[in-house]
Structures are given as C-alpha cells and as structure tokens.
Ligand binder design. Sequence first.
Ligand code: G
Ligand code: G
Ligand code: MN
Ligand code: NA
Length: 247
Amino acid sequence: LALEVELRHALQHGEFVPYFQPIFRLDNGEVVGHEALLRWNHPRRGVLPPGDFVRVARDCGQLEAIDWQLYGKACERMAQPDAGDGFVTINVSPLHLRHAGFDRQLLQLLASSGLPPERLLIELTEDALLEDPVLVRATLERLRAAGVQAALDDFGTGYSSLGYLHSLPLSKLKIDQMFVRELDTAGGAGANTVVSAILTLAARALGIDVIAEGIETEAQRDALRAMGCEFGQGFLFGRPQPQPHGV
Ligand code: G
Ligand code: G
Ligand code: MN
Ligand code: NA
C-alpha cells in the first residue's frame, strides 16, 4: 500500500525515466537504434529496475500511466539532434493493446514529441499478440500505415509461432537472451540449431530483421555473425544508460 502511494507521487513528479541500450550491426559495429527501458529514478533509493515495482504498479492500475510517461520522455529525448537518427524501441505490454485507442494515443505522443513515426518501433511479446487478435492486427496495421513498426520481443520463450511473422505486420524479431547465453556453452549445439532456423525463416524467407539480445561475449557475437544474424544488443556493446550511445 505504501508503494502504491509512492508510485502515484512518483508519477506526478516525473520520476519514471528511460534508460537507453544501444542496438548494433554485428558486422561493422554501427549503432542502428536503442531500446528504451523503464527505470524509476527514486529520490532516496536511487535508480530502480522494473522488477522492483512493475508488478505492484500493474496490480494497482498505474502501469499504463507509468509507461506513457516513459514513452513520452523516450521519444522526446530521441527527437533531439544529438541522439542521432536511429530508431528507438519501446516495450508495449498486453495492457495497452487491450485499448482500442492505443494507436491514436501513440501517434499523438509522437506528434507532440517531434519524433518521426518511422523512427519508433514497438516491442511486443507473444502474449500481447494473443490478447485479442482482431484488435491487435487492426492496431498494428494502422500504426504501420502511419510509419510505426513493430517487433516481436523475447522470441523463443513463448509459443514462438513463426506464423505470427507472416500473418501480422511485424518487421523485426528479437531472439531471447536465453538462446544467446547457450551459444558458446556445452549445450551450444541445440541453441545454434534453433537460432539458425530462426534466421533462415525470419531473415531469409520473410525479410524480417533479427536482433539477438543479451550478447555478453565476443564468442557469442562471432557465432551469431557467422550464422548470418545482422543485429545485436547486450552488455558487450553497452548497458542501458540514461543517455543515448555516444552522448
Ligand atoms: O530493463 P530490464 O533492465 O531490467 O527490464 C526488465 C523487464 O522489464 C523486461 O522484461 C522488460 O521487458 C520490462 N520492461 C522494460 N521496460 C519496460 C517498460 O517500459 N514498460 C514495462 N511495462 N515493462 C518494461
Ligand atoms: O524483456 P526485454 O527483452 O525487453 O528486457 C530486456 C532486459 O534484458 C533488460 O532487463 C535489460 O537490462 C536486459 N539485458 C540487456 N542486455 C543484457 C545482457 O547482455 N545480459 C543480461 N543478462 N541482460 C541484459
Ligand atoms: Mn524488449
Ligand atoms: Na526481449
């Protein structure tokens, strides 16, 4: 209950901020975009990760407002000239896709932040896609028509139907860090086979950009690059930071 009151106060005081983690081309190291990750800049406890407050925020109905605060700040920051011209991704939970006005609200936010829609990418998990397939498709199609792209996040952890990839307007896929972690270990062969299969189907057959998440070692990066994976993200390249890469 105390946390619930604190969250409300934090919202009013704008304490929810984006941290930006760079996304790289694996072949030449170029930064192509950033993922905006939620942090609570707590006046006494310091910078708190989502794990410390998201569950309570969701249970007391404040997560959507927190997300909107984050989305607004992320887009405004990325619209500044020093942030470069790469894309920014935001994590969109099933909560948002339940609301018919989500796409309209997002486009309004883009207009007031000055970020071109073509530079925004929304990350969705599979459970968000299952929420209400008809509504989700309509929402994604309207966003796509306005220039906003969508990515399938945490790929490999849910039902992982590759069917989503050609039946919905998704332009990127993020391979979950679980697979990346297993690449250069004893159990590597299994993970390599799965990653290769994803790359063959998603990247080669469907033309979808694949981003590998959680790359921590050069061995993982090299293995992914050898398999033809084009993009990556992880502590090897950069941790989530309060400013875009290189600023
Ligand atoms: O940012 P990591 O650094 O700790 O994020 C942990 C979890 O929190 C991830 O599963 C991530 O998807 C989720 N998360 C990150 N940013 C956001 C956000 O803006 N909104 C919500 N609801 N969850 C987020
Ligand atoms: O669920 P989602 O994929 O949006 O969440 C991304 C999460 O992964 C964040 O908590 C982020 O801080 C974390 N993360 C990003 N790069 C790495 C990495 O290289 N290693 C680990 N262990 N976590 C990472
Ligand atoms: Mn994500
Ligand atoms: Na992810």
